[in-house]
Each structure stands twice: as structure tokens, then as C-alpha cells.
Design a protein. Structure first.
Length: 141
């Protein structure tokens, strides 16, 4: 099966950018501790699961749109990405408001993760709303 980049719409391009940013932000510093900065996996490993799943689903949405002839698979993935993205937004907002343990401050990775979670959720929502192909390519091939 061949990838057809003409099938990507603006929503999938946003999902690609937000998914990559979210995946990277999980390994950037989220919190400042007296001993140094810690990323999401070191500071709040359980809370990093929902954003990681949202990033994977955003990238899966792009892959499914590229490789699937039928729109059913990308629509199903977008539905899951919307639900998991919303949960990830809630988790990251809670983690933004409530510092873990001895953390003294928030770092830039946390803010990037929050923006990326909102981006994944928005991309999934827009992907579900848009029924037209991006470059005029029929959805069935």
C-alpha cells in the first residue's frame, strides 16, 4: 500500500505537528526540583501516560490518513484521539496547577506539553468535522 500525501488535510498536518511536539515535550524538563530539573517520566510518570497515548494517536491518525483508502480507520482513530486528547489536557492542566512533591517551579516542557495536548485535541476534532479531501483527491482512491 502506498502513502498518498495529497490525502492529508490541515487537521492531519496539525495532528502531525502537535503529536511530535507532545512526544518530544514528555522528555523535556517539566519541573524544577532542588536537585535539578525533571521530565514528565521522572517527576510524574503515571500522569505522562495520557499525553503519551495522545501523541501516539495523533501520529496514528496521520499514518492512517496516508495509508488507508477507506475513511473508516482515520475516523475511528480521530475519535479515540479526541477522547484521549481531552483526558490528556485535563491531566496536564492538573499537573500545571498542582506541583508534585518538592518541586519549586514549572519548566518549559510542561507548557509545551499543554499546548501540544490542546493541539492534538483540536486536530482530532477538526479531522472529524472535515469530510473533504485536502487536495481534491477522492477519499476512496
Amino acid at each position: 500500500m502506498r502513502a498518498d500525501p495529497r490525502r492529508l488535510r490541515p487537521a492531519e498536518l496539525l495532528a502531525l505537528a502537535a503529536g511530535l511536539l507532545l512526544a518530544v515535550s514528555l522528555f523535556l524538563p517539566w519541573y524544577q526540583f532542588p536537585a535539578g530539573n525533571e521530565d514528565a517520566w521522572s517527576a510524574v510518570a503515571v500522569s505522562a501516560i495520557a499525553p503519551a497515548l495522545a501523541a501516539l494517536l495523533a501520529l496514528a491518525l496521520v499514518a492512517a490518513t496516508l495509508f488507508q483508502r477507506s475513511p473508516a480507520v482515520p475516523v475511528a482513530i480521530a475519535t479515540f484521539a479526541l477522547a484521549v486528547g481531552f483526558i490528556a489536557v485535563v491531566v496536564v492542566v492538573v499537573r500545571t496547577l498542582a506541583l508534585p512533591g518538592a518541586a519549586s517551579d514549572r519548566c518549559y516542557g510542561l507548557w509545551l506539553a499543554l499546548a501540544a495536548c490542546v493541539g492534538v485535541t483540536l486536530a482530532a476534532f477538526l479531522s472529524l468535522r472535515d469530510e473533504s479531501p485536502f487536495w481534491g483527491v477522492a477519499a476512496t482512491g
